[in-house]
Design a protein around this ligand. Sequence first.
Ligand code: PBG
Length: 330
Amino acid sequence: MTPAPFPAARMRRLRRTRALREMVQENGLCVRDLIWPVFICEGHKVQQPVASLPGVSRLSIDEMLRAAADAHALGIPAICLFPYTDPAQRTEDCAEAWNPENLTNRAIRALKADLPDLMVMTDIALDPYNANGHDGLVRDGVILNDETVEALVRQGLAQAEAGADILGPSDMMDGRIGALRLALESEGHSDVAILSYAAKFASGFYGPFRDAVGAAGRLVGDKATYQINPANTQEALACVARDLAEGADMVMVKPGMPYLDICRAVKDRFQRPTFAYQVSGEYAMLMAAAENGWLDGEKVMLESLMAFKRAGCDGVLSYFAPRVARALQG
Ligand code: PBG
C-alpha cells in the first residue's frame, strides 16, 4: 500500500530510535538459520590454516569435535563436513568416496557419538576423491552422468550408514536426487533428509573452497558441463522443480550473494525450505576487505547474511557461522 503524502507520512518517524526501528523490522537473522561448513583432515591436533580463507582451518577430527561442541553451545543447529583427502586416496574411480571408514564417515560417527543433537550434513560429490578434481567420473575427458550417479548413491548410503542427518548432493548430475531417495528408502534410511544443491551455478566464487579441499591444482578444465550457466534463471528454477519432484526435502541456491534474485524466485515459486550457500569466495572477499580496513567486517558479515533472509531464505551455509552466532548473542 502506498503511504500517505508528505507530511502525513514521514518515513523517518519510525527510524528515530533503535526501539522503533526494531519494532518495525521486517526480517530477522538468528542462530537457528545457520549451517557451518567445516573442512576436515587426517591427523591429531591438526589445524591447517587455508590461506585463501582467512580464519578458516582444516581440522583433524579431534579438533573438529571441539569446534563443533563450541558451535553447538552457541546454538548453531548444523555442521556440514568437507574432507581434505590424502593425495594417495584420490583416484580415477573415486572409491574412497564410499569407503565406510573414510575421513568423512569417521567424522560423522565421532560427531554423532559426542553431540547427537547437532545435525550433521555432508557433501555428496566426488571432487575430494577424484584424481582430476571433478565432481563426476571422467572418461576420455567427458564427465559421465549415469555412472557417477551410481557412485554418488554408494557415497550417500555410506554417509547415511555412518549417521548423517542431511545429505547435500552438490555434484549437479542429472537424476541423482531420485536415485538417492530411492536407495535411502530401500536401505532403511527413510528419515535421512536431502538438501539438494539444486541451483548451483558454474561460479568463479568457489576458488578458495577448491584450495581447502585440495582440488584446485588437480581440476582439469572447468565444471560448465554440469553446473548451471550464471546467465540462466529459468534453468535454475527447472532444476529446483525437478529436484523437489525427485524427493529433495530442501533446496539450495549457490553461490549466495550474486544470486539473491534466484533465492527470491525459488522461495516464491516453490514455498519449500530454501537455503543459500554464502560460498568461500564471498567470505574471502569480505574478509580481505575487512583485513585491509576497507570494510567494517562485523557489519558487512551481518548485512550480507540478513540479505539472504530478506531474499526469502530459511537459512544459510556460512563460514561466518560461529562468529555470527557470537555477534547475535550480544
Ligand atoms: C563441490 C563443491 C564445491 C563447493 C561445495 N561443494 C565447489 C565446486 O563445485 O567446485 C563450494 C563451496 C564454497 O565455495 O564455499 N562438490
